[in-house]
Design a protein around this ligand. Structure first.
Ligand code: AMP
Length: 592
């Protein structure tokens, strides 16, 4: 019989165990004295009324004592390493901002970026913010359809991408993206002569004036448009404003405990909100060196990076941690991480086992934290000086008020005060990085609020000590490898196949990636369920949606369960898949 280790429910922390004093040494006292205007005061120094994420993240340091400190260290997919210091990053982003101005791109125009984790992507994001454009990062593993959908919802004017991605994912769809006026290709040589209708990034940068652009954005100006998915309908473009930078700064300090000489590595791709807020903005704001790895996950490579780059603060995700756990402790033992001071994780539930694995294998427990695209930054966290209850997301950060609420049948919202009682996680509005709308979808935005409460769509509990515990999603969205996937987008792509009559998509629990996308389809008359059609549908979905979104499994059913009003009952598909009770089926078409 395998003996499971006996582990206590709490990892106690004491100030003595911390290699450097934590910023959030006294949670209650800091929460009591914290104020957002105070944070704004700390970041001031620009003209009254002017606030710009890139100016604060880059220019502020380029003109100070950190000018020649490495801001971004790029580890190429091979062995190449290139460093960009704050002064260089300022001149590169100045040039990119000027290049956009030269192209006639105006303030508020949308600049989309679709690329791997290469230096030009970071320059484009920060340069476009400096110019006053609105930036949307897209995940490079998206297929042509999710890209085109988002480009069209966002009204992208400029797309910065690579030649390879353009040829694979954009070229054929370009005619269906009428707002797109300029496509800038990052690449080797003179891409614009090879690819009609595009501009060459390197040439634009060479020709752009070097002088610093005049920065004009204010706190309430739109800065970033991050797409997220819901249960129904098209993806939602969550609007974030320049003032979000206050949250990025405060959470970099309190949730990630960034100190001046840290080497920070956020493993998230900038195509998702974590990779922008914490893979680009927060570490730069704190003037620390940030590691960017171009390569995909590889356990040995990751341990080597932690060791060789002397990473001191590491921000990663449960799927990655579970993949490292799977690779076995022997591999980890070939490396050592004496500099590693703090490890945090976000994006999906973090198993208690993973928290302990960190303690035993890395020498540091993993600190779970919680937030979402709409919140723009970390809201709830396990911080360095706080006891960890493995399995809990931690406590709300200073400046954040989190509550558990119920929405009774008759309408309204009731706050749940009893500890350990399940309800919906809500946040009191007032933190600076709160989303300010879903682009063009006022009603969908309005529905997220009840009075001054933002309703997150997550189910959670709070215990008697004030720790929050994730219970599940209140809706049908799927979290796979940390990526939020809307079932409707997947169902729509499947429905485009001539054999498919109806499609219902669920997240099927998976020990490594949390959930895998599984589709159930019924076929049109004249089509037979068989292995060849199954493979064809998998291939069709992958081609359209990309590997990150496409289903990994498809099952055929004669018909799908629907409500009397015609909605596919994904909840029932999931219960049947998992062999769980079917719950209330009174609305089932033809049902009880
Ligand atoms: P996204 O907007 O893509 O960042 O996804 C946000 C969603 O991911 C949240 O609403 C949660 O459902 C989930 N999530 C994020 N962090 C955590 C966490 N620490 N534990 C459990 N679920 C999480």
């Amino acid at each position: 019989m395998i003996r499971l280790p006996m582990r206590p429910g709490v990892i106690h922390k004491s100030a003595r165990d911390l290699p450097v004093p934590a910023h959030l040494a006294d949670w209650a006292a800091t929460c009591a004295s914290f104020s957002w205007p105070q944070v704004r005061g700390e970041l001031a120094g620009t003209e009254a009324g002017v606030l710009n994420i890139a100016q604060l993240a880059v220019d502020r340091h380029a003109q100070g004592p950190h000018a020649h400190r490495t801001a971004l260290r790029f580890l190429g997919a091979g062995a190449a390493v290139s460093d960009v210091d704050f002064a260089e990053l300022k001149s590169l982003t100045d040039r990119f901002a000027n290049a956009l101005a030269a192209l006639g791109v105006g303030a508020g125009d949308r600049v989309f970026v679709l690329a791997g984790r290469v230096p030009a992507l970071y320059v484009a994001v920060l340069g476009a913010l400096k110019h006053g454009s609105v930036v949307t990062p897209l995940f490079s593993a998206f297929g042509p359809e999710p890209i085109a959908t988002r480009v069209n919802i966002g009204g992208a004017r400029v797309l910065v991408t690579t030649e390879a991605l353009y040829r694979r994912k954009i070229e054929k769809m370009r005619a269906s993206m009428p707002s797109l006026q300029q496509v800038i290709l990052i690449g080797e040589g003179d891409a614009e002569t090879r690819v009609p209708g595009t501009l060459d990034y390197a040439k634009l940068m060479r020709e752009a004036p070097a002088q610093p652009p005049v920065i004009r954005t204010g706190p309430a100006d739109m800065a970033l448009l991050h797409f997220t998915s819901g249960t129904t309908g098209t993806p939602k473009g969550a609007i974030h404003v320049h003032e979000a930078v206050l949250t990025h700064f405060a959470t970099g300090r309190y949730a990630l405990d960034l100190h001046d000489d840290d080497v920070f590595w956020c493993t998230a791709d900038p195509g998702w909100v974590t990779g922008t807020s914490y893979g680009i903005v927060a570490p730069l704001l704190h003037g620390v060196t940030s590691i960017v790895d171009e390569a995909e996950f590889d356990a040995e490579r990751w341990y080597r990076i932690l060791q060789e780059q002397r990473v001191s603060v590491w921000y990663t995700a449960p799927t990655a941690i579970r993949m490292l756990m799977k690779a076995g402790p022997e591999l980890a033992r070939k490396y050592s991480f004496p500099q590693l001071r703090f490890v945090a994780s976000v994006g999906e539930p973090l198993n208690p086992e993973a928290v302990w694995w960190g303690q035993e294998v890395l020498g540091r427990p993993i600190h779970d934290n919680w937030w979402q695209t709409e919140t723009g930054g970390i809201m709830i966290a396990n911080t360095p000086a706080m006891d960890i209850k493995p399995g809990s997301m931690g406590k709300p950060l200073p400046g954040v008020q989190a509550l558990i609420v119920r929405r009774p049948e008759g309408g309204g919202v009731q706050v749940v005060d009893t500890p350990d009682t399940e309800g919906e996680l809500a946040l009191r509005v007032g933190w600076p990085s709160m989303f300010r709308g879903y682009l063009g979808q006022e009603e969908r935005y309005r529905k997220c609020f009840a009075g001054d409460l933002y309703l997150t769509g997550d189910l959670a509990k709070r215990d008697a000590d004030g720790y929050f515990w994730f219970v599940g999603r209140a809706d049908d969205v799927i979290k796979s490898a940390g990526h939020l996937i809307g079932p409707f987008e997947v169902e729509s792509a499947l429905m485009e196949h001539p054999a498919v009559a109806e499609a219902g998509v669920i997240g099927k629990p998976d020990p490594v990636v949390g959930e895998v996308v599984k589709a159930f389809v019924s076929l049109k008359k004249g089509f037979e369920p068989n292995e060849a059609l199954n493979l064809e549908l998998l291939g069709h979905a992958r081609k359209r949606l990309g590997a990150a979104v496409a289903p990994k499994e498809i099952a055929f059913l004669p018909t799908l369960p629907r409500t009397r009003s015609g909605k596919i009952m994904r909840r029932l598909l999931k219960a049947r898949e998992l062999g769980l009770p079917e719950g209330d089926t009174s609305t089932l078409e033809g049902g009880a």
